[in-house]
Design a protein around this ligand. Structure first.
Ligand SMILES: [Zn+2]
Length: 209
């Protein structure tokens, strides 16, 4: 973002995606909405058996979180991802010893339409705050037109269709990142791919579930 564009943007009235209040020059979310975000670690998730709590989330898919996740797919996504990623990073337990952040890849059709992967923007913000790399290590391996149509109806139908590049996954703990966790089939398929590529553990961070 150039300085000129940034200055122009600050002059335009922009509503907070969380509550509709004027954002002014604040990036992403207004102060009160930002202050209401609390990262918490949960023990139960669709990921395969973990001996310890392993899912980090800002809460349920409702209210500010729901509106923010929807807004992530449109303009100002980078600002919003920065705020949400930093909020998540604040809740990552030191004991997880995260070596690398890996975003859940967007379906290639969606990526072409949207031009960016919101999970990757979140992952980059999270990784920057944690001081670890964000690596685009996962690929969808099935992407037929029929599956793309099914995907439009249910984002998790394509589960089981991920592969991780072995050289890009460390032997340590990986933090998998997505905007929303729904049925968890996608998350579990990504977890399997990361574990077979050499990760010692897979934790997950999502804005909402
Ligand atoms: Zn707000």
């Amino acid at each position: 973002m150039s300085a000129l564009l940034g200055a122009l943007r600050a002059l335009l009235p922009r509503p907070c995606p969380g509550c509709g209040a004027q954002l002014g020059t604040q990036p992403g979310l207004c102060g009160p909405c930002r202050g209401g975000l609390r990262a918490e670690v949960q023990r139960h998730s669709p990921l395969r058996a973990h001996p310890e709590p392993h899912l980090l989330t800002l809460g349920t898919y409702s209210g500010v979180r729901r509106r923010a996740v929807r807004a992530l797919k449109f303009g100002q996504a980078r600002d919003l991802a920065g705020v949400l990623g930093a909020a998540l990073a604040g809740g990552v337990p030191g004991g997880w010893s995260v070596q690398v952040v890996v975003p859940v890849p967007l379906h290639p059709t969606r990526l072409r339409e949207r031009g960016f992967n919101q999970a990757e923007l979140l992952g980059q913000a999270l990784a920057d705050t944690l001081g670890v790399p964000c690596v685009d290590a996962l690929r969808r391996t099935r992407a037929t037109a029929q599956q793309a149509r099914r995907h439009a109806a249910d984002r998790d139908v394509l589960s089981g269709a991920f592969q991780a590049a072995p050289g890009r996954v460390p032997r340590g703990a990986v933090l998998l990142v997505d905007d929303v966790l729904t049925t968890g089939l996608t998350a579990r398929a990504c977890q399997d791919a990361l574990l077979s590529a050499g990760a010692s553990a897979v934790y997950m961070a999502v804005v909402a579930r």
